[in-house]
Write a protein that binds this ligand. Structure first.
Ligand code: CO
Length: 208
């Protein structure tokens, strides 16, 4: 199929619905972008950022990749964080993982998945570092879920270690990085209580 008419029809219905509640919605949105949150989440189609937290277009800046990883040298993710912090002046950065993440699962499987194994090597590192704790979990699914949580925590620290966030903190700006996890099976979000809001807090976590 060269065209996807259903999606265009859905789009027209969506526009009508939004205009019905706010006729000037798109006009206002086209003037400026002032989101209050940056969401760093997994590309998984079952974890749609805005919908989960009930936010409209314009309310959340979003970056997604396989297994919600923040790598120190990933220009794509770093550019998003820099723009969010320095230009949009976003003060809440949310790293949101999800249970049963296929990327996390694939990272610890003993088979080849091609190119993506290089990307997922970052999760294998976390697995290796936390192996003691993880090997105590007998159930395979629960072990993957715990690794999904540990991955979020690691990525929260990685966001905190970006030069932009460190610079902002050094200037006394308040930026909070939140670690959340989403359950596809029931739709609920869970706060992992791993938020950091200063270099001091970050350093304390890294010493653990
Ligand atoms: Co995932």
């Amino acid at each position: 199929m060269k065209t996807l008419p259903q999606l265009f029809e859905n789009n027209q219905n969506w526009v009508s619905e939004i205009i019905r509640s706010d006729p000037a919605f798109f006009q206002k949105l086209s003037q400026q972008q002032a989101p209050k949150f940056l969401w760093i989440g997994c590309s998984d189609s079952r974890v749609p950022a805005n919908e989960i937290v009930g936010l409209l277009p314009g309310e959340m800046f979003v970056h997604r990749n396989v297994a919600n990883i923040v790598i120190h040298s990933d220009m794509n993710c770093l550019s998003v964080i820099q723009y969010a912090v320095e230009v949009l002046k976003i003060r809440h950065i949310i790293v949101c993982g999800h249970y049963g993440c296929g990327g996390v699962k694939a990272a610890i499987e003993n088979c080849s998945h091609g190119l993506i194994d290089n990307w997922l090597g970052h999760i294998r590192d976390i697995y290796r570092i936390r192996q003691k704790e993880l090997m105590l979990i007998v159930d395979d699914k629960k072990r993957v879920d715990r690794l999904c949580e540990l991955n979020v925590m690691e990525q929260v620290k990685n966001v905190g270690n970006t030069t932009f966030v460190r610079d902002a903190w050094a200037k006394g700006e308040s930026i909070v990085i939140h670690g959340w996890i989403y359950a596809i099976s029931n739709g609920f979000l869970k706060d992992l209580n791993f938020s950091i809001s200063s270099t001091k807090e970050l350093n304390e976590l890294e010493e653990k």
